[in-house]
Write a protein that binds this ligand. Structure first.
Ligand code: AMP
Ligand code: ZN
Length: 287
């Protein structure tokens, strides 16, 4: 299938999988990460590579999102991959929602902090060297436009199919769907009978208000239309972003990553964003 071949070519070109690798694939229940898991597992099987691919799901719902949990179970089963579900509410206790509210940060941004934190910490602690995500060409096109407008060039510099580790405690990120669009991930799921959740409802929505910005929605719709009418342009756009990123010299930043003074996880400030929200660490006193 053409769409699967694009994923294989990406895995190959960027040497995403090597003998002896332990790779965790972050699965949300949606079609993109399901296609990433399937693509990686098929690649390893067809090329007879001795690598372990494990599905990893972060449950923010406390077990309530049964449809999502069922979908990730079936996705892993179909690929004969082990599944690791991490229960955030069990880890953070019953004050979890209160702490998010007290942080006064947008729910989506807290959700991002939680996912990024555990997507790095748990796989690393369990021996993985790489984390694969289902971020696809449609996502990178959207992120690129948003970050270009916001002049956040540091973020754009991370838009690579293979993001090497920048700190001993940061695992490398691989994006096998870098050149694959959203319509294509859906095609793959349909072709191979991979179940997925259509609209991933935010797991915090019942307790907290969660809204996507209007600009994000506008851009998402535009990108979807390009995907339908001129998919190769979308591929050319992310390919251009990749070339741009590979040609810009990273800004010399001293000690970009340090270890959080509370939890020891990698962070660019004294205390990581996660501890600021969940460990009540707004005014630390280290004297
Ligand atoms: P999103 O930011 O929701 O578009 O998700 C981007 C990527 O992050 C997905 O393709 C998954 O690889 C990963 N991801 C999102 N939510 C979860 C989750 N709850 N558990 C594990 N991985 C996730
Ligand atoms: Zn911390």
């Amino acid at each position: 299938m053409k769409e699967l071949r694009i994923i294989f070519r990406t895995i190959e070109k960027y040497r995403m999988v090597e003998e002896g690798d332990v790779i965790y694939v972050a699965v949300s229940g949606g079609k993109d990460s399901a296609a990433a898991l399937f693509g990686l597992c098929e690649y390893v099987k067809q090329h007879r590579i001795n690598a372990r691919i494990k599905a990893f799901h972060i449950d923010l719902s406390g077990g309530k999102a049964e449809n999502v949990l069922k979908a990730v179970e079936k996705q892993a089963e179909l690929c004969s991959a082990e599944l690791r579900v991490f229960d955030v509410r069990k880890e953070l206790g019953k004050d979890f929602i209160k702490k998010i509210r007290d942080s006064r940060r947008a729910v989506c941004s807290v959700c991002g902090v939680i996912k990024r934190y555990f997507m790095n910490k748990i796989p690393r602690e369990e021996g993985a060297k790489k984390l694969a995500t289902g971020h696809c060409a449609s996502d990178f096109a959207l992120f690129f436009l948003k970050n270009l407008a916001g002049k956040k060039f540091d973020w754009i510099a991370k838009f690579k199919p293979f993001l090497e580790s920048e700190h001993v405690k940061l695992i490398a990120k691989i994006r096998p769907l870098f050149f694959t669009t959203e319509i294509e991930t859906e095609k793959i799921c349909k072709e191979y009978g991979i179940p997925f959740v259509k609209t991933e409802k935010c797991a915090l929505l019942e307790e907290l208000k969660c809204e996507h910005g209007k600009t994000t929605l506008l851009l998402k719709n535009c990108i979807k239309e390009i995907d339908v009418k001129n998919r190769e342009f979308l591929r050319a756009l992310v390919s251009g972003v990749e070339k741009l990123v590979s040609e810009i010299k990273p800004a010399e930043k001293e000690g970009e990553f340090k270890e959080c003074r509370i939890c020891g996880e990698p962070t660019s400030s004294e205390i990581c964003a996660f501890c600021k929200i969940f460990k009540g660490a707004k005014q630390p006193n280290f004297s």
